[in-house]
Write a protein that binds this ligand. Structure first.
Ligand code: 26Y
Length: 818
């Protein structure tokens, strides 16, 4: 990426004041005296949006007329976070905004706080999609993010009096939403159900119900690139016509039901993170947004053409499938080409396979989506025919490549048997040009294990693109103090568009003055977080203790249980005098995690963490030494506050289970040290920051495999390490359940008898490394030197670099010329 200095504001403060006033008057119809913080938020957002408009239309024009291929990022989730400050940053208007709002008598922070965060994603995959559209725009690559504007985003998490998770609906659209523009004039019709008939030797799909997909456009401003891309999120609206319906039967009500309920399609985000269930509505959602997006792209790139030459489609746009969720796009494009535009099979297949690429985000076999053939038949009968035909063609192709019948059978896209299913990951691999994993280790395991047969026969399809995160939101906006220090240290702010420049900080890790300034920044961030936490959550966090954080979805493989067991064991050791309280390094532990509503073990773990926090925080014996806080409803906003204040970050998943992780990158870039396993992108982070500057522990992938092979017995570890035994016994004795011995029995039973993710096997190594961590923390200069080296050496994990890798390895396209 060509480095850019910060953009210059298109307006003066005075002009911006006038623009805000104008919006208040002509859009909202309120006087300045009446205006609340929320009014000022809406007015300034609308004013800012206007400044993006010219670049947005220019970018689209250049895209359609230009000679560079666009990118279509198809994703069921975009966890974009709040928009206002990000837009201000990318336009160079942060200062003008602050000044204008103050002049108007409001507090800029309260105005920004009035924005309601859109929760249109579950976690890593959704946030990654948001970082990627940011980087596409910042690099000047023409792009569409295509997804769904869910009416209800990820549930709001609360905790009840017992510390259990309670889910509340997140009706974010009940608030003013100035960023999304609903474009009723560019809607698409998406149909479902019915049957396939033959007419004049041609297959014709006669669906029975339809839904209107209405685009809601969000502008995606590039940082200092002058380009603004589009995030187009589809919203489902009912048609009031029933003309499609063939209800000559008495089943009128049954027939119209899906039509009447069509708007349900975009009503709610599935709150699962990696355990797909065969849900009809989810398949409807997937087809809904993918079909609308493909038709939209044809409309955009072949305006006004009845019979466009779609053999050029792959030169116009390349579609990235963000996990298997949009994979139904492969048979849909085939259907469009064959049924709607009369192409023959081979031509259609050639266009389709050139158009799509697939990113896999998991290693857990149970997380790979499969759809029952019966369900697809019912909702999308023509697609099922096409999938069957793809399967037949693919099996024929395989026969030309290998004589190994078993292998061919393993690779079937449509399984055999009484309840046949479609394996979406296989369909994606067969139907696209490239398949990538999201970190080196993950991509290797995909090739060696998950998609091994495919990689053996189609080795050139497979590649890696290690994930990345946007430095604009996660350094500049989240951590202005560190940003200023980096700019001071490097003598330029160009690092925001070329994160490799952070390397220039390496020598400063030996400059005591700089290290002290860095330490001051971290401390100021801790104080700021403590204030935020007091204000927002009502708890006191002592900034003079180590801030130690574990934030991510709650999942057994991520092993929040390892963290809580180690914490309990430390607490127990103080309580029974095994450890002298004066020798304990004061530590404040923060958790943030949502559990899928139906995930029993995860929810029980949340309850345990909350109750450990309650007991520990109220115990005078450990006061000032150990505190645990679990703010509810971890989201992008909380991430932006907590990450800059964190000194020690936990990335402790079982090796071979976390595809990449992206929180790990955000923490390292903000100067936290990581305690972690050799999993996902941790491996690459450690390589780059240096083994001395990373706290590594735990089994490796190979050791995990070997242990499964020999027969894993967790009870052995419980007996062998008294620290572990003490912790588990303390839970069993009812310490964290008011004396009730049964509350956590299912967790304890699982640890002692199954422990699939080997928490117990890694416990001792994890408990041991705490001594190293604490020794280092007692030498603040040394700790901070290492923290600086983490910042300096992790520029690679910018999403700009990731997008450049996609451009080169997968998309084969480039930024628009000026
Ligand atoms: C099928 C449906 C229920 C579903 C919904 C969401 C399945 C999966 C997901 C989300 C998966 C996810 O967030 N995966 C994470 O993707 C990140 C970005 O690549 C990785 O860093 C992280 O390791 C991976 O768990």
């Amino acid at each position: 990426m060509t480095e850019q200095t910060a953009p210059k504001s298109p307006v003066t403060t005075e002009q911006f004041i006038d623009e805000i006033k104008e919006q208040l008057k002509y859009n909202q119809g309120v006087t300045l005296e009446q205006a609340t913080d929320a009014d000022i938020y809406v007015a300034s957002s609308l004013a800012v949006r206007r400044h993006l408009m010219d670049s947005w239309t220019a970018t689209q024009k250049a895209m359609v007329e230009g000679n560079t291929k666009a990118v279509g990022y198809l994703s069921a989730e975009f966890l974009i976070g709040k928009q206002l400050r990000n837009a201000l940053l990318n336009l160079g208007m942060l200062t003008e905004f602050d000044e204008a709002v103050k002049t108007l008598g409001h507090d800029p922070q309260l105005v920004v706080d009035a924005e309601y965060e859109p929760g249109l994603g579950n976690g890593g995959l959704g946030r990654l999609a948001a970082c990627y559209v940011d980087s596409l725009a910042s690099l000047g690559v023409p792009a569409f993010g295509y997804g769904i504007q869910y009416k209800y985003g990820i549930f709001k998490q609360e905790f009840d009096a017992e510390g259990k998770q309670v889910e509340r609906p997140d009706y974010w659209l009940a608030n003013d939403e100035p960023w999304g523009h609903i474009d009723y004039n560019r809607s698409q019709k998406v149909s479902f159900g019915g049957e396939v008939v033959e007419e004049n030797g041609k297959k014709v799909w006669k669906p029975v119900w339809s839904v209107r997909a209405v685009p809601v456009d969000y502008m995606v401003p590039g940082y200092a690139s002058g380009r603004v891309d589009t995030l187009r999120l589809w919203s489902a609206k009912s048609y009031d016509e029933f003309d499609l319906l063939t209800f000559n039967k008495s089943e009128y009500l049954d027939a119209v039901k899906p039509q009447v309920e069509a708007e349900n399609i975009s009503k709610i985000l599935y709150p699962e993170d990696s355990t797909p269930q065969g849900k009809r509505l989810r398949l409807e959602q997937q087809y809904f947004f993918v079909a609308a997006s493909l038709h939209d792209a044809i409309r955009v790139f072949y305006p006004g053409q009845d019979k466009p030459d779609l053999t050029t489609f792959p030169d116009k746009i390349t579609f990235q499938l963000n996990d298997t969720h949009p994979v139904i796009g492969i048979p849909e494009l085939m259907r469009i080409l064959i049924d709607e535009y009369d192409y023959d099979w081979d031509t259609a297949w050639d266009i389709t396979t050139k158009t799509f690429n697939y990113t896999c985000h998991t290693l857990l076999p149970e997380a790979l989506e499969v759809w029952p053939v019966d369900l697809i038949n019912e909702l999308l009968p023509r697609h099922m025919e096409i999938i069957n035909e793809i399967n037949e063609h693919f099996l024929a192709e395989l026969k030309g490549l290998t004589r190994d019948k078993e292998r061919i059978n393993r690779m079937r896209i449509v399984t055999e048997g009484e309840h046949p299913q479609v394996r979406m990951a296989y369909l994606a691999t067969a139907g696209g040009s490239h398949v990538n994993g999201v970190a080196e280790l993950h991509s290797q395991l995909l090739k060696d294990v998950t998609l091994r047969d495919f990689s053996d026969l189609f080795p050139t399809k497979f590649t890696n693109v290690t994930n990345g995160v946007t430095p604009r939101r996660f350094i500049r906006l989240a951590n202005p103090r560190l940003s200023a220090l980096i700019t001071e240290g490097l003598g330029t702010d160009k690092w925001l568009s070329d994160l490799d420049l952070l390397q220039g900080l390496v020598p400063l890790a030996n400059d005591d003055e700089f290290v002290k300034k860095f330490a001051e920044v971290k401390h100021a961030n801790k104080v700021a977080f403590a204030n935020f936490a007091k204000d927002r959550y009502g708890f006191e966090a002592n900034p003079d203790t180590m801030f130690n954080t574990m934030v991510k979805r709650l999942h057994e493989y991520k092993r929040q249980s390892l963290k809580i067991l180690a914490l309990i064991s430390r607490y127990a050791a103080i309580k029974n005098g095994t450890v002298n309280v004066d020798d304990v390094l004061p530590r404040t532990v923060f958790f943030g995690a949502k559990a899928a509503p139906g995930y029993y073990m995860a929810k029980l773990t949340i309850q345990l963490i909350n109750n450990v926090a309650r007991v520990v925080n109220n115990d005078p014996d450990v006061k000032g030494k150990l505190a645990v806080h679990f703010p509810a409803n971890y989201n992008v906003r909380l991430a932006q506050h907590l990450i800059p204040a964190t000194e020690l970050d936990e990335q402790i998943s079982q090796a071979g289970k976390e595809a990449s992780g992206t929180g790990n990158m955000k923490f390292a870039l903000n100067g936290a040290l990581t305690v972690g396993t050799l999993d996902g992108a941790n491996v690459e982070i450690r390589e780059r920051v240096g083994a001395d500057n990373f706290f590594l522990f735990g089994l490796t992938v190979d050791e995990v495999e070997a242990l499964y092979e020999e027969g894993y017995d967790p009870a052995k570890y419980y007996e062998a390490d008294p620290r572990l035994k003490m912790a588990i016994d303390m839970i069993s004795s009812g310490t964290f359940s008011d004396g009730d011995r049964n509350t956590y029995a299912p967790l304890v039973a699982d640890w002692l008898t199954k422990d699939y993710f080997m928490t117990l096997a890694d416990f001792s190594a994890y408990a041991d490394i705490q001594y190293q961590i604490e020794d280092l923390y007692r030498q603040p200069m040394e700790w901070n030197r290492k923290a600086i080296l983490n910042v300096a050496n992790t520029g690679y994990f910018s999403s700009d670099r990731a997008i450049e890798d996609y451009l080169e390895r997968i998309w084969h396209t480039s930024p628009l010329a000026d």
